[in-house]
Ligand binder design. Structure first.
Ligand code: ADQ
Length: 452
């Protein structure tokens, strides 16, 4: 949704992996038009899927950047896969690049892309946006060859983060570990390179989301959920099935609430939508099995003939259906253990009825917590904290709900996706132009530091 808004404004080309694998890599581009946007994709091979996508991206960088060193794989073959994946993308992309194009690279899968493009002689401005947290220095430096990763990142002209916290954590690494400097305007000099950093919180396409909320499908879904709730209050969670989202901790907090407050039984239920994700990765299979167990235990212990306290659903829903569910829920439960931003929190707010809004319970460790201060902010690690916030939220008087919601909605409107896009593009325009080094053999350009 976010990138759609950017591409429509700048009539750009979206380039990336097709999601398909082939027996042997060819690098052949497929170019299509879809809803006014040009999409260029390339297939990867099976080894890339294992070592690059499921490997270094989703078994090394994802857990590490979400502070799960216990789940982080530090394997050299993954490292090589990541280099190869980024190099392949650069080779496939380079022929498409026009001299005055901006290149905006999204997320942790592509940290090396600028370095690889520079090695092929691409001198355009290239920006990078990280959708996930940047971890603290002590956590990040557990990554073997962390310096190489940061050096490659500094080949970008601009590195964007979701929140000031993450930008500051990166700056801390630059100053303390890389012995470089970060100026007040975000200019970075380190490891023989110059770049710029900034915080660009992502937001919703508010108009599109409000339209989804007003749609017939949303109204139907909201009515269906309300009818099946039979007067009970609905607590709603919507997440990819991912350990960073704190689903297991959330279930345990809910279990505690039910154990401590028998007077609430049959008056509420939790609807948890947890769409399957990265199913080939072991940690996701393990989590799924644990969630099956805990949800079964909760329902086994507390359900009655006509009340199921936890409705746990693994299927995916369309945006307009989700909007209807958000609207029908008295409480939105968004409790990730770590999250770059978390757009579900913003969507829940945007879908509410201004005359009778629900309450948002939000983890202090989501990037969104820096903006959505009027939510009930909780520590997702603490069952008591989360259980208490649910109880308080469900009992909150209408006046307080309205006043909190007005503040939340003002924040959602203040930083829509267009603001994210425009701020990033403006900062990339202002970033010092990449150096034009003398044409030397490809490969030598890597060691040429851009000058400001
Ligand atoms: P995600 O980890 O995928 O994204 P999130 O921001 O919560 O996290 O969700 C992105 C989108 O997916 C939302 O529009 C949401 O509605 C949709 N979605 C999530 N669960 C769904 C479900 N079960 N069914 C249907 N749709 C679902 C990463 C980072 C986040 C960051 C985003 C955007 O991890 O922190 O907010 O990128 O930058």
């Amino acid at each position: 949704m976010a990138l759609g808004a950017a591409l429509r404004e700048f009539s750009g080309v979206w380039f990336g992996w097709s999601g398909q694998t082939v027996d042997s890599y060819t690098g052949q581009l497929r170019v299509e038009r879809h809803a006014g946007i040009t999409i260029a994709t390339v297939d990867l091979d099976e080894q890339d899927r294992n070592e690059y996508y499921n490997g270094y991206a989703n078994r090394t960088l994802w857990p590490l950047f979400h502070y799960r060193t216990d789940l982080t794989a530090y394997e050299r073959s993954f490292d090589a896969g990541y280099q190869r994946g980024n190099a392949r993308f650069a080779q496939a992309l380079a022929p498409l690049i026009q001299p005055d194009d901006f290149i905006w690279v999204q997320d942790y899968h592509l940290a090396l892309l600028a370095r690889e493009l520079r090695a092929l002689g691409v001198r355009n401005r290239i920006g990078f946006f990280l959708h996930i947290p940047w971890p603290g220095r002590r956590t990040f430096t557990t990554l073997p060859r962390h310096r190489e990763l940061v050096t490659a990142l500094l080949d970008y002209d601009l590195i964007g983060f979701q929140a000031e916290d993450f930008r500051d954590a990166f700056a801390d690494y630059i100053v303390q570990t890389a012995k470089g400097s970060v100026a007040a305007d975000g200019s970075v000099r380190a490891l023989g390179r110059a770049s710029r950093i900034g915080a660009f919180p992502i937001g919703l396409d508010v108009e599109a989301f409000e339209a989804a909320t007003r749609s017939e499908a949303a109204a139907e879904t909201a009515a269906r959920l309300a009818a099946s709730a039979a007067g009970r209050q609905v607590i709603l969670g919507v997440d990819r099935l991912d350990y960073s989202k704190g689903l297991e901790e959330r279930f345990l907090a809910y279990e505690q609430l039910l154990a401590d407050h028998p007077e609430l039984h049959e008056k509420l239920f939790l609807l948890q939508i947890a769409t399957l994700s990265r199913e080939e990765v072991e940690a996701y299979k393990d989590l799924r099995a644990r969630l099956d167990t805990v949800s079964g235990r909760i329902n086994g212990a507390f359900a009655t003939m006509d009340w199921v306290p936890l409705r746990y659903v693994n299927r995916a829903y369309r945006r307009d259906e989700l909007a209807g569910m958000y609207r029908a829920a008295a409480l939105g439960l968004v409790t990730p253990l770590r999250d770059g931003m978390n757009l579900v929190a913003k969507e829940y707010v945007a879908a509410q009825d201004p005359d009778d809004p629900g309450v948002l319970v939000l983890s202090e460790f989501a990037g969104a917590a820096a903006q959505l201060r009027a939510a009930l902010i909780v520590n997702p690690m603490s069952r008591e904290d989360v259980a208490e916030a649910i109880r308080r939220g469900l009992a909150m008087p209408l006046m307080e709900r309205k006043s909190r919601w007005r503040d939340l909605m003002a924040e959602v409107r203040r930083t829509p996706v267009e603001a994210w896009r425009d701020a990033f593009v403006a900062a990339l325009r202002e970033a010092p132009a990449p150096a034009t080094p003398p044409r030397v053999a490809v490969g030598d350009t890597r060691s040429t530091a851009p000058t400001a």
